[in-house]
Design a protein around this ligand. Structure first.
Ligand code: CA
Length: 234
């Protein structure tokens, strides 16, 4: 029986020089850590052991962590943090596009990873008392069910895309600065998050069928941030 106060972390990574100290640090910090050394084992353990969060390496002996991430996303809402190589910007963007919640860059300290794990877990739990449903124009967001519909059609959003849309819709009509969005949806002072914000805005627009040069919903306010409004709400 899983201990609810002890989140279960699945670490999918083949390098024992990384997994051993990291698993040890996670256990010390109050998590339960399990390790899978291959993509196949990782996917199996993710569905059988129902972890609370996955730490996922990109370079696995039997495939790419990006494919594992895509597969996990297809199956549900499990939070994923990618472990990526230094300098590999393309991998980080691909990971986020695949629906990863966050990433850490190697070499990382165990302290950095556990802090990131805590932040992502905190974000992935709905806060009590938050507004449940927001309906603006053709877009309907349900915070409790974690669902979004466009003209009645359900949209498949990644967790971060969902949070970003929620942050925009909660203050619809207002311009929200890039910094506010980053602080709302990610952690404060996260280096590199501006690029990450752009990736998610772009993903969100694609799913909303929004043309960045003539948007219906997400409007860019140059040099400041973004504003959500729907055509029939103006
Ligand atoms: Ca590896």
């Amino acid at each position: 029986m899983a201990d609810p106060g002890r989140p279960d972390i699945l670490l999918i990574e083949d390098e024992t020089a990384i997994t051993e100290p990291l698993a040890e640090a996670l256990e010390r910090e109050g998590f339960t850590a399990r390790v899978a050394g291959t993509a196949a084992d990782g996917l199996r353990m993710a569905s059988e052991a129902t972890p609370d969060l996955v730490l996922l390496d990109i370079g696995l002996p039997d495939g790419s962590g990006l494919d594992v991430c895509r597969e996990l996303r297809r199956e549900g809402e499990l939070p994923v943090i990618m472990l990526t190589a230094r300098g590999s910007e393309a991998d980080r963007v691909a990971g986020l596009e695949m629906g990863a919640d966050d990433y850490v860059v190697k070499p990382f300290s165990a302290r950095e990873v556990t802090a990131r794990v805590r932040a992502v877990l905190r974000r992935s739990r709905p806060e009590p008392g938050e507004r449940e449903r927001i309906h603006i124009g053709e877009v309907e967001l349900d915070a409790n069910r974690h669902s979004v519909a466009l003209a009645g059609e359900a949209l498949e959003l990644s967790r971060k895309e969902f949070e970003l849309l929620k942050a925009l819709m909660e203050r619809a009509g207002d311009v929200i600065t890039r910094q506010d969005l980053i602080e709302d949806v990610w952690d404060m002072n996260w280096f590199g998050s501006t690029k990450t914000l752009d990736v998610h805005i772009s993903g969100l627009r694609k799913k909303l069928g929004d043309d960045p040069s003539d948007p219906r919903f997400i409007h860019t306010v140059r040099g400041v941030g973004f504003r959500f409004s729907a055509p029939d709400e103006l």
